[in-house]
Design a protein around this ligand. Structure first.
Ligand SMILES: [Fe+2]
Length: 347
């Protein structure tokens, strides 16, 4: 049962209360003043305190104030013979849990009050412990989440770095076989990103353009060097061989987890806006926007480059070719943005 501290300056009142509560099975401590009561509380840590209000040498207000500060989880019940409603309200506001008036004609009322505040104190303690456990679990979860985020960031950084190394390796392999195409890929990537920026595309789409530009002709690794470096006109069969590079690029890239549709853009970079391109003959906006941009950058870069079998066109002539074929070979919006890119670069 509970340990109860009874503070009252009237010995008879203390005795009556003590006898009654001991009959209920509780352990009872006694103090004759507020000051003594507070000292006993500090020594014995009772489960509940019953205190008179008017006492010499430290009254009930002192008890309530001290305990509310030192041990707010300990219930204090004021039992007063001189109390008014104002005083009762005041003690409750100061932290008393309940208020009874003397004389206690029915001691059962005291017994019920003690039981009720004890139960309330236990419930509060259980709720406090629950909140403490909850807070501790929340902090644990926050730490776990932080660790997970850190390790996840590490993983993403490692993947990105592995991806960059793979792209470089692809280009090194391609450079050994076909130096022109490796340099061409890098230049196309840069032009495509500039056109995308002129169109106001976000960073994710620009990243796709950059990757697709760098990798769009990677499938030429699978085309014979004799055809790739042939001087003069290609036969129909040889041209068919060249055309296989788009599906070759796609096969190399399709299983890489890029953030955007890089493999798909690469697959479509020889599609034409009017449907006369390859490999699928897609028309208009059925072709991904990034692929339509890449097509412009690809042709412009190819036209302005010197090849062993022909000199490159001037930027102005190559740009004229792009703008003249807007709506047929090229997407008109992309050609428009390309026009802005060119005027900025030529001015
Ligand atoms: Fe190509």
């Amino acid at each position: 049962m509970a340990k109860i501290l009874c503070i009252d300056d009237e010995p008879l009142m203390r005795m009556t209360t003590r006898d009654y509560l001991m009959d209920m099975g509780h352990e009872v401590l006694e103090a004759a003043s507020g000051a003594e009561g507070v000292a006993m509380f500090r020594r014995h840590r009772p489960d509940i305190v019953l205190s008179d209000l008017s006492m010499p040498s430290g009254d009930g207000f002192l008890v309530v104030t001290q305990l509310a500060e030192e041990s707010p989880e300990t219930p204090v019940v004021i039992i007063s013979g001189t109390g008014t409603v104002d005083k009762a309200v005041k003690t409750l506001r100061m932290g008393a849990w309940d208020y009874l008036t003397k004389p206690l004609h029915d001691m059962n009322l005291l017994g019920q009050t003690v039981e009720r505040v004890l139960k309330k104190a236990q419930e509060r303690m259980a709720a406090d412990q629950y909140h403490l456990r909850l807070e501790s679990r929340t902090r644990e979860l926050e730490r776990e989440l932080l660790d997970w985020t850190r390790s996840h960031q590490d993983t993403v950084q490692r993947l990105e770095s592995a991806l960059k190394r793979s792209i470089n390796s692809f280009n090194i392999a391609l450079r050994e076989k076909d130096p022109y195409t490796a340099g061409h890929n890098e230049r196309v990537a840069s032009i495509a990103v500039d056109i995308g920026a002129a169109m106001g595309l976000g960073s994710k789409m620009q990243e796709t353009l950059m990757l697709a530009g760098r990798l769009h002709d990677i499938g030429k690794i699978g085309v014979s060097e004799a055809i790739l470096n042939k001087r003069g006109t290609l036969s129909a069969h040889e041209f068919e061989q060249i055309k296989t590079h788009v599906r070759g690029s796609y096969r190399i890239l399709r299983s890489i987890p890029f953030d955007g549709p890089v493999a798909q853009v690469v697959l479509q970079h020889h599609e034409r806006f009017d449907g006369t391109g390859y490999p699928e003959g897609l028309v208009g906006e059925a072709i991904l926007l990034e692929a339509r941009i890449l097509a412009v950058a690809d042709v412009y870069e190819a036209l302005t480059s010197d090849r062993p079998y022909r000199a490159g066109l001037s930027p102005a002539d190559a740009a004229r070719h792009i703008l003249t074929n807007a709506g047929t070979h090229f997407c008109p919006h992309c050609a428009d943005a390309f026009g802005q890119y060119i005027s900025k670069h030529q001015s």
